[in-house]
Design a protein around this ligand. Structure first.
Ligand code: A2P
Length: 287
């Protein structure tokens, strides 16, 4: 299994003299204006393409579950910032992110190497469209994701407000391989057993994970599984209906386009905070 290195391991390592504080190894660049400099608390690698990490949360930082922030590293005079959905809920004392690793990605080629004790920069303002206030009231909430597009739903599904507004929450996650689904599977499992919100959530949240390349019992793109009805029969649920259902979509550009067309063909109308509707979309971070 994975070993999760925490800030405590890191401090122990530093005190025993086996590792230098990493910040001393590189030149100090000024922290840009309107940016928080936070400390990495833990890092977990799921595959050679996906990892998750947690950082300290600035006292004054407020966000709505489902929003994204701009993050970067203090490794240059003008650091590269990228949009990252916050994967932790708004009540959490720490901030969590679920990230892709791109070997030559301007940010992720460095970000994938962070260890506890390192500094991550985060712009002070968060924003985004995948928020509960952008949806009109409904009974079932469908969260449709691929890859790191799961991140905003990791936030929303851990927010009790989601369950105050919706009776049933169905999260779909599609990845190429089984190992890429692990983050989501563990998160939902832990949520169901959570001492605080587990009871509220238990039978009301369903995770539907599928692979498209590695052979597993449940395979296929979510678009196809919705169109051929397999999604509904697998879960024994009624088909998508704009009167009762709301949909949030997050993934690659192509996936968003296809799922958006699919729900629009079923008469769902796109919403925003200023004009709430029946579905909302956001592109997942890509490089
Ligand atoms: P596929 O393997 O058939 O391309 P990626 O790792 O490239 O970001 O993709 C994540 C997942 O999203 C993959 O399982 C991929 O399936 C799926 N996917 C890619 N494009 C679409 C799309 N247009 N509609 C639905 N799923 C998609």
């Amino acid at each position: 299994m994975h070993h999760d290195m925490t800030i405590h391991d890191k401090v122990d390592a530093m005190q025993s003299g086996s590792a230098l504080p990493r910040d001393a190894e590189r030149p100090a660049f000024p922290i840009p204006a309107n940016v928080y400099a936070e400390t990495v608390l833990s890092v977990r690698h799921y595959t050679d393409r996906l990892f998750a990490f947690r950082i300290t949360r600035p006292q004054a930082f407020r966000f709505r579950s489902g929003e994204f922030a701009m993050i970067g590293l203090p490794n240059a005079e003008k650091p590269v910032f990228r949009a990252y959905s916050i994967a932790s809920p708004s009540w959490d004392e720490e901030i969590e992110f679920f990230s892709i690793k791109v070997q030559d990605g301007p940010l992720t080629k460095y970000l994938q190497k962070i260890v506890p004790g390192d500094t991550v920069l985060m712009r002070q303002k968060s924003t985004g469209t995948l928020i509960l206030d952008a949806l009109t009231p409904g009974r079932r909430l469908f969260m449709i994701s691929t890859g790191t597009g799961f991140a905003p739903f990791a936030s929303l599904v851990r927010d009790p407000e989601t369950f105050e507004k919706f009776e049933q929450v169905i999260v779909t996650h599609t990845c190429r391989d089984h190992a890429e689904l692990q983050y989501g599977v563990e998160l939902i499992e832990n949520l169901k057993h959570d001492p605080l919100i587990g009871e509220l959530v238990n039978d009301r949240v369903t995770l539907y994970s599928t692979t498209t390349r590695e052979v597993t019992p449940r395979m296929g793109r979510i678009t196809r599984l919705i169109e051929n009805g397999r999604f509904y029969t697998d879960l024994d649920i009624a088909p998508l209906n704009p009167e009762t259902d709301r949909v949030m979509i997050c993934g690659s550009m192509d996936m968003i386009k296809d799922v958006k067309e699919l729900v629009e063909a079923r008469d769902f109308v796109e919403g925003s905070v200023s004009n709430p509707g029946q579905f909302v979309v956001e592109r997942a971070f890509v490089g």
